[in-house]
Design a protein around this ligand. Structure first.
Ligand code: NAI
Ligand code: MG
Length: 336
């Protein structure tokens, strides 16, 4: 039995997480869910967007499965997601984007894994006004050699362990010579220790153009926090949108699994949200827990449902009248 902290989250969170839990429970994986709260729902319930009980649960389970959070404005917390990633030192945010059979997009051979530095950079949280009139503000990007080392090492090791051929570092060291310079230097040093993995460097703006025009040249991409945030929505767009892309936040002694997308207030409460992204995050979690059989069953089932195209939400098929729940039911049924 694996104890997992379950945070259903805000907006579309509860509806997609209910489907994910249903699918995982039906897969044969042995999970004991511990309900916990964070984000807007926690703020409304307990007056605190990140209650101690939630952290006590993660302290114990070391594995969390999380829906998207709406970050409450004006509570002193800048972002609960950032706070959790920093507290548990979840330094590698792994976001795979692969074409799906049955989802028509511009390309059919995209297979990119973004490994985003997840604890520092421009999202370090060091932001303030410089004047009482609040007309000048600054944000500090903090890049450390050790912080760069652990995520870049993770990316190369991930490439080697997953039979990937190439790691591309995306950076802006031409302008941000010190912060981005450290990251690029560490990438070069690390690449030298992995002679079996091809290494490429791209300046991030040019990388965006290359990714849109010729995504096949990318395999594993390692980059700093904000660039990884942006590039992973770009790669989501290449393969059919945010409804499909999972993410794993990995640290040395804790991990948190979630979709790349947010709480989607524009479609919340309408039974329209695609549960696939968060279910695929569940697949990543099961692999992390060693539940390989269950992970494979779910992956095959969800691929079948998407390929057949009948029980998919409207983001994948505009004609579809299938909702979040019906798609979840179809995935359970496809597991046989
Ligand atoms: P978003 O990712 O929630 O939505 C962007 C667009 O994608 C919307 O049109 C939405 O309808 C669509 N979309 C997202 N997920 C979908 C799904 N599963 N199925 C179908 N369509 C989907 O980004 P947005 O609107 O910028 O942010 C909304 C809130 O979410 C904000 O409060 C933001 O801070 C939060 N957020 C939380 C994240 C997390 O908890 N990890 C990540 C990103 C944003
Ligand atoms: Mg994002």
């Amino acid at each position: 039995m694996h104890a997992v902290t379950l945070i259903k989250g805000d907006g579309i969170g509860p509806s997609i997480m209910d489907e994910a839990v249903k699918v995982i429970n039906a897969s044969g994986a042995k999970i004991q869910w511990e309900d916990a709260y964070a984000g807007l729902s926690a703020f409304e319930k307990f007056g605190n967007p990140l209650p101690d009980a939630t952290m006590e649960s993660i302290d114990k389970t070391r594995v969390a499965f999380k829906g998207p959070l709406t970050t409450v404005v004006g509570t002193g917390f800048r972002s609960i997601n950032v706070a959790l990633r920093q507290k548990y030192e979840l330094y590698a945010n792994v976001r795979p984007a692969t074409n799906w059979e049955g989802v028509k997009t511009r390309y059919d051979d995209v297979d990119i894994v973004i490994v985003r530095e997840n604890t520092e950079g421009l999202y370090s949280g060091l932001e303030h006004y410089l004047t009482s009139k609040k007309d000048i503000a600054e944000s500090l990007a903090v890049v450390t050699r050790s912080g760069s080392q652990r995520v870049i090492e993770y990316a190369f090791k991930y490439a080697r362990d997953n039979n990937r051929k190439k790691v591309t570092v995306c950076h802006k060291a031409n302008i941000l010579k010190y912060t981005q310079g450290i990251f690029l230097d560490v990438a070069r040093e690390t690449a030298a220790r992995y002679p079996d993995i091809q290494f490429d460097e791209k300046i991030v703006d040019a990388a965006c153009m290359h990714m849109v025009m010729n995504p096949q040249q990318f395999d594993v991409v390692v980059t700093t926090n904000m660039f990884g945030d942006i590039l992973s929505d770009l790669t989501a767009g290449l393969v059919g949108g945010l409804g499909l892309i999972p993410g794993a936040n990995i640290g040395d002694d804790a991990a948190l699994f979630e979709a790349v997308h947010g709480s989607a207030p524009d479609i919340a409460g309408k039974n329209l949200a695609n549960p696939a992204a968060v279910i695929m995050a569940g697949v990543m979690m099961l692999n992390h827990l060693g539940e390989f059989e269950a992970a494979k069953r779910i992956k095959l089932a969800i691929e079948k449902v998407v390929r057949e195209g009948k029980y998919v939400t409207p983001d994948l098929n505009l004609q579809s009248t299938c909702g979040t729940k019906e798609m979840g039911d179809a995935i359970v049924a496809a597991m046989g």
